[in-house]
Design a protein around this ligand. Sequence first.
Ligand SMILES: CC(C)(COP(=O)(O)OP(=O)(O)OC[C@H]1O[C@@H](n2cnc3c(N)ncnc32)[C@H](O)[C@@H]1OP(=O)(O)O)[C@@H](O)C(=O)NCCC(=O)NCCS
Length: 143
Amino acid sequence: MTDLRRATPNDLAAILADLPAYWGDRDVRHLHHPMFVREFGDTAFVSGDVDGYLFGFVAPAHVGYIHAVAVHQRSRGSGLGRHLHTAFAAAARARGATRLKAITGAANTESIRFHERIGFTACLITDYSGPGQDRVVLTRDLP
Ligand SMILES: CC(C)(COP(=O)(O)OP(=O)(O)OC[C@H]1O[C@@H](n2cnc3c(N)ncnc32)[C@H](O)[C@@H]1OP(=O)(O)O)[C@@H](O)C(=O)NCCC(=O)NCCS
């Protein structure tokens, strides 16, 4: 499996320049705040050629929070998404995390199936992001 490295501001710029190749029609530019590479770079990973990336952090309650994970359309289905999660889980555990968490929309069945396949449990939480803003919360214990 391809080597992963810490994500840099240059990687973020490359991702933003090619966002539909990772996310399709969804406008997710707002998920790509520079703090994820500048402040939380120890838990932000990319593959060498930016075929995939994961931005996350460890919250004070010992939760490794996966903020965004995406794989370029040309590289889907080759295990890169799982590889990025494995790298993040190791980094999060080393920083004291005992649990992993991610959230997604109920319509993003692709993300829900992917996360369930790699060991997460999905739970629909009503009004998670405010009135009428339900979200699927994905969690996994870190052994
Ligand atoms: C979700 C995503 C990151 C998966 O990346 P990927 O590199 O294709 O996934 P992997 O090849 O590592 O797959 C890992 C496992 O999940 C399964 N899987 C991946 N995508 C799946 C899907 N859409 N439906 C069902 N299972 C899926 C694979 O079959 C594999 O299972 P296996 O290892 O038991 O064979 C990728 O599809 C993507 O970038 N989607 C758009 C962005 C997005 O929605 N991100 C998640 C929200 S934060």
